[in-house]
Design a protein around this ligand. Structure first.
Ligand SMILES: [Zn+2]
Length: 308
């Protein structure tokens, strides 16, 4: 969930005061999952480590611009992701396993960020975008959270899975229908309803500038593909459905129950969200290494028994 954790807030305050220990703790807290994410895309271990190091340096350089209402983890992942795309020379970086299975090497699928820069983008939209780039994204982010929150509260995990596949994994209606064993038309209807709900929520709650309001009411939003790529871009930046790291830990330990468990399993294993996979890999590694550390401690404290 896109929200600054208490521990992160504390560490950032330490860093603001120039406290090196706070920084060391922050690096310790995030290096494992960042490395797991980089390693999933880059075969050379040294290269992955270099990019993680660059990410931390870039974070310190950008720390004043970090919006502290948002998740620190997502911010770090975003920096790292851009560096990986650079390292792959602009090759696409799919964020979910399901995208890879479904799309294979389809070349018309790209990162949402690059799709938005495509020819479908109107010049006038871009012009006002530059003026007040974050206003609409913020409003859309809040509306996405409301939509996701409503699905969760109602335990409507079916629709939650569908919107993840549509807007996060960018699957076609047809592919979502086959995963869900549903009719393609039913998927199209859910997509249409969600986009309408998002637009209505933005209109009702956000204070937008005139250009944004006009754009939202224009036929551009009605073109589902265009609106969806806009939603995808904000989705990727805010990850509204990613479970907390502690929840991923509980999935690993097998202590989740019922429909919630099935949903988290879907997100992490079937959809295969790479950010959550990175957390899972990191948690598993920590678990694997813990006995080794304990072993060393026990050996160290008992060595006296064996001295002659
Ligand atoms: Zn996730």
């Amino acid at each position: 969930m896109a929200e600054l954790a208490e521990a992160d807030r504390y560490l950032l305050e330490q860093i603001d005061r120039g406290n090196k220990d706070g920084w060391a703790q922050l690096v310790q807290r995030y290096q494992g999952r960042l490395l797991a994410f980089a390693r999933s895309r880059l075969s050379r271990k040294a290269e992955a480590e270099d990019l993680v190091q660059d990410t931390f340096i870039a974070f310190l350089e950008a720390i004043k611009r970090f919006d502290r209402r948002l998740s620190l983890e997502t911010f770090l992942f975003t920096i790292l992701r851009r560096r990986i795309i650079d390292a792959l020379r602009g090759k696409r970086l799919k964020l979910t396993y399901l995208q890879e299975t479904m799309h294979g090497d389809r070349d018309d699928m790209e990162d949402a960020s690059s799709r938005l820069e495509g020819p479908s983008m109107t010049a006038s939209w871009y012009a006002h975008r530059a003026e007040d780039a974050n206003l609409l994204s913020d409003a859309l982010g809040a509306s996405l959270n409301a939509l996701v929150g409503r699905f969760r509260e109602a335990e409507n995990f079916r629709d939650l899975q569908i919107v993840e596949m549509l807007f996060y994994a960018q699957l076609r209606n047809k592919d979502v229908a086959s995963v869900m064993k549903m009719d393609e038309k039913a998927i199209a209807l859910i997509k249409h309803r969600c986009l309408n709900e998002l637009r209505d929520h933005i209109t009702a709650h956000a204070r937008l500038n005139k250009a944004d309001s006009q754009w939202l009411a224009s036929p551009a939003w009605e073109s589902a593909e265009f609106a969806a790529s806009m939603v995808t871009q904000v989705w990727e930046a805010q990850r509204p459905t990613c479970p907390k790291r502690s929840t991923i830990g509980r999935l690993m330990l097998g202590t989740l129950d019922g429909t919630w468990k099935s949903y988290v399993e879907f997100h992490v294993n079937e959809l295969g969200c790479r950010f959550c996979r990175a957390n899972l890999d990191d948690l598993q590694k920590q678990t694997d290494e813990a006995p080794k550390a304990l072993h060393e401690r026990v050996m160290h404290s008992t060595i006296g028994f064996f001295r002659s």
